[in-house]
Write a protein that binds this ligand. Structure first.
Ligand code: ADP
Ligand code: TYD
Length: 212
């Protein structure tokens, strides 16, 4: 059984319908099969507080300003860190997060026009300064992602073409020239994506000498 010398924090990012949740679940299963201990989490909504916040931001049936909306995501993130991520890091697990801080930069920053520097600094604070080791960016054209979202059910307030184009461009901008980001083509089959990312994660662990 491979034993890690420390926990590893992995974020899975992409626009709505890109296949993040599917990939996160598959990765968790495959890495567990390789003998790693994993924790699967998501934003927003992976704590009791987070579920309340998720309902508020998803239904949007009360007025929420852009600034307030971002702070709700940040509050969800702070709770996610305290309740889920920090305990799992202490247990030397691989934590697979279906969205994390970069979603706020892409959606509230590039999508809604909030100040990027402000978001970066509040993100850092809500994450208690804990760095993300690796990010997996699932790249899918907006039209394909929206088609998938439509099949899944009623579209959420975020799932609009023009808005998602801004978000998608934001992710591209954030992830250009980055060595800590694995970019995959989300139009490939779930099985291929899982294989590719799983071996990239295992290789990264070896390169960093994180096996005891
Ligand atoms: P996200 O978490 O990014 O919103 P999901 O994993 O929920 O995306 O996937 C959205 C929809 O697309 C689901 O119906 C899912 O079954 C389907 N899907 C996921 N990954 C793929 C893929 N690689 N190819 C085709 N369809 C996919
Ligand atoms: P969810 O259903 O979890 O996403 P997906 O459709 O990708 O499975 O919905 C979360 C929504 O919240 C999604 O549209 C992105 C948005 N969001 C932000 O706008 N900012 C954030 O910081 C986070 C974490 C999510």
């Amino acid at each position: 059984m491979p034993q890690l010398t420390r926990g590893i924090l992995i974020a899975i990012e992409g626009i709505d319908g890109s296949g993040k949740s599917t990939l996160a679940k598959n990765l968790s299963l495959s890495l567990e099969q390789q003998g790693f201990n994993t924790t699967l989490t998501k934003e927003p909504g992976d704590s009791q507080l987070g579920k309340e916040i998720r309902t508020l931001v998803q239904t949007q049936n009360i007025p929420i300003s852009g600034h307030a909306q971002y702070l709700l995501f940040a509050a969800d993130r702070a709770q996610h860190l305290s309740e889920r991520i920090i305990p799992a890091l202490k247990e030397n697990k691989i934590i697979l997060c279906d969205r994390l801080a970069d979603s706020s930069l892409a959606y509230q920053g590039y999508g809604n026009g909030l100040d990027l520097e402000m978001i970066k600094s509040v993100n850092k604070w809500s994450m208690q300064g804990i760095p993300i080791d690796l990010t997996v960016f699932v790249h899918v054209p907006v039209e394909i992602a929206l088609e998938r979202c439509g099949k899944r059910g009623a579209l959420s307030p975020y799932e609009k073409k023009e808005f998602l184009h801004k978000v998608a461009d934001g992710f591209e901008e954030l992830y250009k020239n980055r060595t800590d980001v694995i970019i995959v083509d989300g139009t490939e089959s779930p099985e291929n994506l899982n294989k590719q990312v799983c071996s990239a994660i295992e290789q990264w662990i070896k390169n960093k000498n994180l096996l005891s």
